[in-house]
Design a protein around this ligand. Structure first.
Ligand SMILES: [Zn+2]
Length: 414
């Protein structure tokens, strides 16, 4: 028997019990181990217990895609300093995010998910309300930054969130990864206008600006240009993730058009053989199974255009996956553009325009091969861990076996 334990990651809590509710949520009943709170009237410590407030529930980070809800009865304290006596204060928690519905741990996780995604998608995936995610973002917008808590900002990341339902279409998230790899959110801007991003970057104190080795940014003119204005061309890197998103998008468009065309000309039996191509085209060729390779060959036979577009997309990925110095990477990119234009592959036209415009910043990637921590680092780590876990458990009724030990670790018996 093996135990897999995942920390609750919250100090000052004692786990009392855990159970599943009728909706399949994991309900963890907890208790605070604090022995005092700050009196809301006089600001001194109130230590005399005075019953409980009403039961509260906070969403915490999910376990294996199952929502976790922390249930707690807040302790009330009576102040012994106030005159006349009788002032009571209900304890507050430093692990609850502003807005009062979710934990800070979940807030941080959601923020990572929402970057380069949409609020809708994240709300749906995490089974949390759209409003909760939006409140979280609104609370983070233009908050006061205490620069004194930072000693270095090695990598600054500028990413965006699209917010289709709200008033603003885009929100910019500015993060920093220090030299030890610690990732923090510096600010959330409710705009992606150049002026706003520029104003923020300029507001970074000079001594911290000097510690910035690179600014990894989403390939959006307003972001790239303001970063260059403040930090100079040498330090601005367009995240390769965004580059690949663009040329993969171009390939997807070809695939969609070609599949439509094939559907209209091929017998339905033959066409059905070709379905499910999206992931096959997105994978590295070496990672394809025999069956997938066979499917791909069949598709190539029917669509020489898709074959060409796919092979050029793979060539580009290969350039990014190989170690080059900046200069030879630039030359490789140039050669790629020339040969695409030579064979008349028009599907990459828009991409090539963007590539030419930001080529310098894109090629800076090859100096340190860095990306904004959010995009490739943490998000991927989380996904990989999850995927591995799925491999382990498959469809087992694992939640029956989930227990919480007294240190607040979620224990899974296998
Ligand atoms: Zn008091």
């Amino acid at each position: 028997m093996k135990d897999l334990s995942i920390p609750l990651d919250i100090d000052n809590l004692k786990v009392i019990s855990q159970t599943l509710d009728t909706k399949g949520n994991i309900i963890i009943t907890v208790e605070s181990i604090c022995t005092k709170t700050t009196c809301h009237k006089c600001g001194k410590d109130a230590t005399k217990r005075y019953g409980y407030g009403s039961l509260m529930e906070y969403r915490h980070t999910s376990v294996f895609d199952t929502p976790v809800i922390l249930r707690i009865k807040p302790v009330r304290y009576e102040c012994e300093h106030c005159e006349p006596p009788g002032t009571t204060t209900t304890e507050r928690y430093n692990w609850v995010a502003e807005g009062g519905k979710i934990t800070k741990g979940l807030e941080e996780y959601l923020l990572r998910c929402v970057i380069n995604s949409t609020i809708q998608d994240v709300a749906k995936k995490e089974r949390i309300s759209y409003k909760t995610v939006q409140t979280m973002l609104n609370n983070l917008i233009h908050r006061e930054i205490d620069w004194s808590q930072y000693s270095d900002l090695e990598t600054i990341g500028i990413d965006e969130i699209s917010n289709r339902k709200g008033y603003q279409n885009f929100i910019a998230v500015i993060s920093a990864k220090d030299k030890y790899g610690n990732l923090t959110i510096l600010d959330v801007l409710d705009s992606r206008k150049k002026d706003d991003v520029l104003a923020f970057l300029e507001s970074i104190p000079d001594h911290l600006k000097k510690t910035v080795k690179q600014v990894c940014t989403y390939m959006y003119d307003g972001f790239v240009n303001s970063a260059i204005e403040v930090f100079g061309k040498q330090r601005v890197v367009v995240d390769r993730y965004h580059v690949s998103k663009l040329y993969r998008g171009a390939l997807d468009n070809v695939r969609i058009k070609e599949m439509k065309r094939l559907k209209s000309i091929l017998p339905s039996e033959e066409y059905s053989e070709l379905e499910g191509m999206m992931w096959i085209l997105r994978k590295q060729y070496e990672c394809l199974s025999k069956e997938e390779k066979r499917k791909l060959e069949a598709l190539y036979k029917h669509s020489p255009l898709l074959k060409k577009a796919h092979s050029y997309a793979l060539k580009l990925t290969h350039i990014f996956n190989t170690h080059h110095d900046r200069k030879s990477a630039m030359a490789k990119l140039d050669r790629w553009i020339i040969s695409v234009e030579k064979i008349g592959l028009s599907c990459f036209n828009t991409f090539i325009k963007t590539l030419n415009k930001h080529k310098g910043s894109i090629a800076n990637y090859f100096k340190n091969r860095s990306t904004s921590g959010f995009v490739e680092g943490l998000n991927n780590k989380i996904k990989v861990i999850k995927r591995r876990c799925y491999g382990f458990f498959k469809t087992d009724s694992l939640f029956q076996r989930l227990t919480i030990d007294l240190n607040g670790y979620r224990m899974l018996r296998l």
